[in-house]
Design a binder for this molecule. Structure first.
Ligand SMILES: [Zn+2]
Length: 378
């Protein structure tokens, strides 16, 4: 199975592919999630991708970003018969990973994982050692394996899979890059946002890609963000102590509230000054809360847009429409897809990803969004 067929973990897989794109894969990953089977699938696909003979696409660093799922190497990795991909699984009644599965032991004839890592590969470019249920390593096995985990040779990769990462030794966890595959599946289905996305998609269809139309799309997005911020501001202000305080100010001042306010500070001071202080503090807290919630909701809105652009991309590849995230927008998505190439559609996904990244820096929001939307091919 290729990464393109593993759509249920978009974030984690995108992260992996971004590392491949830059040629900067870590030497050890810890994949965590609710069940081992999907983690095994991701590990298998990564091992295939690193050694595939006919990868469908390559990244900037020349590494494959996905596997073909058909060549002889892919087939052998999938069947677990490839000599340079070694699976280690819990064994025996106790379901434990024993020390001889990981490092050489005189009394054992089996090939330990460290042999795969330190010996020359039979044929692979990257040797891959996969420990399924890594939390089942007993402490002596885990300790014996630490050195291998710390400095494996450059042509090897270790993948530890665990549904109970809390049971792993801290020394093991700290030597791996952790990727979580437990995320929610697919985009959110908030009705208000769905309606907004429908308007956005419809506008994209009718406007046919001029610069002016791009600004219209931008303004649809900005309006939604502005409305989101106002709603948050209103609802959070209602919950903030400021609202109660202001209500009291407009009615008769309540002595109890004032004395309560005074106890917040160690030193007594003039009531008026104190109120101003406290008020400023509440305003500050409210502002921070609005900002934090707003950033989260803005990310949700952009992620929804990204899912829609993914639909458009799938349609440029003539994929069947059952895989769309927004079946209700299939017509608009198909209309846009008919105008652009798969490469442009894929580039759109990258544009939105980098917009999301930009927004997390200090750059001005409107500027980041403008650059992002003007670069979309629609
Ligand atoms: Zn292949």
């Amino acid at each position: 199975m290729a990464f393109s067929d593993l759509a249920q973990y978009p974030t984690a897989i995108e992260l992996l592919q971004r590392c491949l794109d830059r040629g900067r894969l870590a030497h050890a990953y810890l994949f965590t999630g609710a069940a081992l089977e999907p983690l095994e699938q991701v590990a298998r696909t990564l091992a295939m991708t690193l050694n595939c003979q006919q990868p469908p696409r390559r990244g900037r660093a020349g590494l494959a970003l996905d596997c073909c799922d058909r060549c002889a190497v892919c087939r052998r990795v999938a069947a677990e018969t490839h000599p340079d991909v070694l699976w280690v699984r819990p064994e025996s009644k106790l379901r434990l990973i024993r020390i001889e599965q990981l490092v050489p032991r005189k009394e054992s004839k089996r090939r330990p994982l460290s042999d795969l890592i330190y010996q020359k590969p039979a044929e692979a470019q990257v040797k891959v050692g996969i420990i399924v249920g890594a939390d089942r390593m007993n402490p002596s096995a885990a300790n014996a394996f630490l050195k291998t985990l710390e400095e494996p040779p450059a042509d090897s990769l270790l993948l530890l899979l665990s549904t109970e990462p809390d049971r792993l030794l801290e020394t093991v966890v700290s030597r791996c890059v952790r990727l979580n595959f437990a995320e929610a599946i697919g985009p959110g289905r908030n009705p208000e946002l769905l309606a907004w996305l429908g308007r956005f998609a419809q506008m994209a269809v009718t406007e046919q890609g001029t610069v002016l139309s791009r600004y219209r799309l931008l303004s649809i997005l900005l309006e939604q963000l502005e409305a989101t911020k106002q709603q948050l501001e209103l609802s959070l202000r209602r919950e903030s102590p400021l609202a109660r305080y202001e209500a009291q100010q407009t009615q008769a001042p309540e002595p109890e509230a004032r004395s309560r306010a005074r106890t917040r500070r160690a030193e007594p001071s003039e009531p008026l000054e104190l109120e101003a202080d406290l008020r400023a503090q509440w305003e500050e807290e409210l502002k921070a809360a609005v900002e934090a919630d707003y950033r989260r909701q803005r990310a949700d809105i952009l992620s929804m847009l990204q899912w829609w652009l993914r639909d458009v991309w799938l349609l440029t590849l003539q994929q069947d429409s059952t895989r769309l995230a927004f079946a209700e927008l299939a017509q608009a998505s198909a209309a846009v897809a008919s105008r652009i190439s798969p490469t442009q559609a894929e580039e759109n996904l990258r544009v939105l990803e980098s917009t999301q990244r930009l927004l997390n820096t200090n750059i001005q929001e409107a500027l980041a969004l403008e650059v992002g939307l003007l670069n979309l091919a629609l």
